[in-house]
Design a protein around this ligand. Structure first.
Ligand code: SF4
Length: 310
């Protein structure tokens, strides 16, 4: 059965795969960038950001030499800006520790900031052609439904074993891409399209109605919403913004009573390296890291006082 699933899925992928920019390259930096951008973000949204990012930072060296402020600024709007910070830090480490060559070893890759087991596996497979298995939510759902049945709740270890046991070593690239493609377009979480599925005759979950809709957190007005608004407000403001000025920029109903709330948000963002907050002439000023300088001349030694810390 495993061989039949492999055949049908890879055949379907060859016929139906979307032409995505990161599928036209084997450059490990570009693959890494695409994988980081695709975390928790849909393909259609990622494409324009990916193309702009590659145009501005075509190599790991160009990214490492950029200011963090510019990197976050270019990333802004895609969301989950912490990813940009990690990627920039990873690029600098690749320059410092590996002479600019992204490591081919999965465990080495996992030592870089923000790169987990999934992303490391994807880079090793898609860029270097290594026969490795990896899974994220989508791949886990597809593998579970096909081979275990939709009611199964495998542990992470069991998923590792399953992914490895069904991987065709000589066609790892296509197999892993095909699993992702099926999870994104056919074997959807809530409404699987079994009628259009290339493995419907082999799948243990054919006809399943999918997972119930989870109650999602309201985005407008959420913490994540305001974190994004703060980054947006600071983009291009190299001189930074005073705390109250920032408050008025991110919410219309801002009053000094919101100051503590804003300080907490800024403090968290500063801890994560997404903003800098320092006292200047008796006022707290918040800005994107590096404040428009290049990474080469703003790293490390700059003293800063984080708002609200301690
Ligand atoms: S038959 Fe249905 S449940 Fe099985 S893999 Fe295809 S879409 Fe998913």
């Amino acid at each position: 059965m495993i061989a039949a699933v492999q055949e049908r899925l890879i055949e379907w992928y060859r016929m139906e795969a979307r032409d995505l920019p990161w599928r036209r390259t084997r450059d490990p930096y570009q693959i890494l960038l695409s994988e980081v951008m695709l975390q928790q973000t849909q393909v259609e949204r990622v494409i324009p950001y990916y193309e702009r990012f590659i145009a501005r930072f075509p190599t790991v060296e160009s990214l490492a030499r950029a200011s963090l402020a510019e990197v976050i600024s270019l990333w802004g709007g895609l969301g989950y800006n912490r990813r940009a910070v990690y990627l920039w830090r990873a690029a600098r480490e690749v320059m410092e520790r590996y002479g600019g060559a992204i490591p081919k070893d999965r465990r080495e890759l996992q030592r870089l900031p923000g790169i987990g087991r999934y992303t490391a596996g994807a880079v090793v497979c898609f860029a270097f052609g290594e026969p490795v298995a990896f899974w994220d939510t989508n791949i886990a759902r597809v593998l579970t439904r096909i081979f275990l049945g939709h009611e199964a709740r495998p542990t992470s270890r069991e998923l590792d074993q399953l992914a490895e046991s069904v991987l065709p070593p000589d066609r790892a690239y296509e197999w892993n891409q095909a699993l992702m493609e099926l999870g994104a377009r056919v074997c959807l979480a809530r409404r699987p399209r079994c009628g259009a599925c290339p493995v419907r005759g082999l799948c243990r979950s054919v006809g399943t109605t999918g997972e119930p809709r989870r109650r999602s957190e309201r985005f407008m007005g959420s913490r994540r919403y305001y974190r994004g608004r703060i980054i947006e407000a600071l983009r291009g403001r190299w001189g930074g913004m005073r705390l109250d000025e920032l408050g008025w920029a991110v919410r219309e109903d801002y009053t000094p009573a919101h100051r503590e709330w804003l300080e907490r948000l800024v403090t968290d963002l500063a801890r994560e390296g997404l903003v800098e907050a320092a006292e200047e002439r008796g006022e707290y000023v918040v800005r994107l890291p590096g404040g428009g300088e290049t990474a080469d001349n703003c790293g490390g030694g700059k003293s800063e006082k984080v708002v609200g810390s301690g």
